[in-house]
Write a protein that binds this ligand. Structure first.
Ligand SMILES: [Zn+2]
Ligand SMILES: [Zn+2]
Length: 243
């Protein structure tokens, strides 16, 4: 009886996300408008390869995500020398997100690095698929109090196990993955940054997992999370979490 109630409370929380699975492919080496890891990033006239203000080295191009809903391309660079965690006191520019509206092949301008990048990911094409995702146990907010209370009632010692079972029953993705949209699946505790311009909570945008295929490892099998202001759409914050 309780479990049926749990299932019905979970159902409205489920969201669609796009799961992005990298597969090594030399064709991903060249610049394109597609989602991909490594190789040459999408860039337009006037762009140059970004450098880190702290160590002065060129950043690593990690990946780009074609957001079909918003018709833009999200391009992510990161400094592997300084390995920023995305905390407030780090010098700005140790990581960078560039957002391109309506990316087009004919607008591509090749940008190149001056130096060899020992951290460059293996070029990968990406397969995108829709998945159902749920908030993680810690991400259940006060509006889901009834759901967490019920899980506690059934399993007082480890209520999250009851919750995870409900997630399995709902057929939701129950693992770490590179995702666009949906909910963040935190390795450590929940953390939602605020927009520096308007001070409101930012919205989860995407997470990039440690991906063997692309030869990307965030700390000890961690992830990076991106948050975006719904008002100031070019304001992103990044956070790296690992075990
Ligand atoms: Zn650096
Ligand atoms: Zn804002």
């Amino acid at each position: 009886m309780c479990r049926e109630k749990i299932d019905s409370l979970l159902r409205p929380l489920v969201k669609k996300a796009i799961k992005l699975e990298p597969r090594a492919d030399d064709e991903a080496s060249v610049a394109s408008c597609e989602s991909k890891f490594g190789g040459t990033p999408y860039a337009e006239v006037g762009d140059s390869w970004p450098s880190c203000p702290t160590c002065k080295k060129e950043l690593t191009f990690v990946n780009q995500i074609h957001d079909e809903l918003e018709q833009h391309l999200f391009v992510f660079y990161y400094c592997n020398e300084c390995s920023p965690w995305g905390l407030g006191d780090e010098q700005k520019g140790q990581w960078e997100v560039k957002l391109y509206n309506e990316p087009k092949t004919e607008r591509i301008a090749e940008i190149g690095r001056n130096s060899h990048d020992e951290y460059s990911p293996t070029p990968c094409k990406v397969t995108a698929s829709f998945v159902d995702v749920h908030p993680d146990w810690e991400g259940l907010d006060s509006a889901s109090r009834e759901l967490s209370d019920l899980c506690c009632k059934i399993n007082d010692d480890s209520p999250w196990e009851e919750y995870e079972e409900a997630v399995e029953r709902a057929g939701c993705l129950n693992d770490y993955a590179t995702l666009l949209g949906g909910y963040p699946r935190f390795v450590q505790s929940e953390s939602i940054p605020t927009c520096p311009k308007c001070n409101t909570d930012m919205k989860f945008y995407a997470q990039v997992d440690s991906e063997d295929e692309a030869n990307i490892m965030w700390g000890d099998v961690g992830l990076v999370y991106f948050f975006r202001c719904s008002e100031h759409k070019n304001e992103f914050k990044m956070e790296l979490q690992c075990h």
